[in-house]
Write a new protein. Structure first.
Length: 279
């Protein structure tokens, strides 16, 4: 199955499958990037539910990172990861971490869901299984960012927090920033109960057509929410140009044979990764 479309290219190389955004490939002399594919791959390096990650699973994740980095002409030694916890915390990265050390400590990026850097050879990574991953790049200031925005992160507007921090710390101009939206659960499958629906309505009262974004299902009194559309709107409100917000248009549930999905896999779900670095 080929997931290529007008915005992304599906690549298979040396046993590794991944997507790349055409918009970012225009700057491939400056940046590396990719979104992993394949449910046989699992990029989980953090503990699950506070339990110890099995050594074998950890080593497989490291190997998967090595293979992905190799095919995009990078090195796994460049990888920087966080302990994602559905926060709006965005941190600046200035140095690498030793991902290959089995007991490496992620306290520096604990409870962190966004990373920004202007340093070369630092690969910012996030992981998902339905949540939105956002790759940011300012080609003028040569600044990159990578943020994880599940529904909780979307309500906290972490995408906007990322842009604000790029402005504050690196003097980035929003109109220059490119944001690429990786595969995630889409409105067709993101079904929620009343409490979540009301949380979205309360937070996003400033969005004019919120009733079209939050749609009730007649049959079972549930609601479908377009979190991708919400992020597109709030990023535009923050100053990004519509043409610089690039959506992969791919639903993780619809393509759960190639992309990990928490809603499909349930307990024991695997993780895909999005990576970006400055060369």
């Amino acid at each position: 199955m080929d997931l290529s479309n007008e915005n992304v290219i599906h690549i298979q190389k040396d046993g590794v499958e991944y997507l790349q955004f055409k918009k970012l490939l225009a700057y491939q002399d400056i940046i590396n990037h990719a979104y992993s594919l394949g449910v046989d791959k699992n990029y989980r390096t953090a503990k699950v539910n506070k339990e110890k990650l099995e050594k074998e699973a950890y080593q497989k994740a490291i190997k998967d990172y090595e293979n992905l980095c190799h095919v995009i002409n990078s090195k796994s030694e460049h990888v920087v990861k966080t302990n994602q916890e559905h926060t709006k915390e965005v941190k600046i990265v200035t140095q690498k971490i030793n991902l290959k050390e089995p007991d490496f400590n992620l306290e520096q990026y604990d409870k962190t869901d966004g990373l920004i850097t202007d340093k070369k050879d630092i690969m910012l990574t996030t992981t998902n299984a339905d949540c939105i991953l956002l790759l940011f790049f300012d080609p003028v200031k040569k600044v990159i960012a990578n943020s994880h925005s599940g529904w909780r992160g979307t309500i906290q507007r972490i995408s906007v927090e990322t842009v604000k921090k790029m402005k504050q710390e690196f003097n980035c101009e929003p109109e220059n920033i490119i944001c690429c939206i990786c595969p995630s659960i889409r409105k067709c499958h993101f079904e929620v109960d009343r409490d979540v629906k009301e949380s979205f309505e309360k937070e996003f009262q400033d969005i004019d057509n919120i009733d079209e974004i939050i749609e009730e299902t007649v049959a079972n009194k549930k609601w479908h929410i377009d979190t991708v559309k919400i992020n597109e709107i709030i990023l535009q409100k923050e100053g990004l140009k519509l043409e610089n917000i690039i959506d992969s248009g791919i639903c993780s549930v619809c393509y759960s044979d190639l992309i990990h999905s928490y809603r499909v896999e349930k307990q024991g779900y695997g993780l895909n990764t999005a990576v970006i670095e400055l060369k």
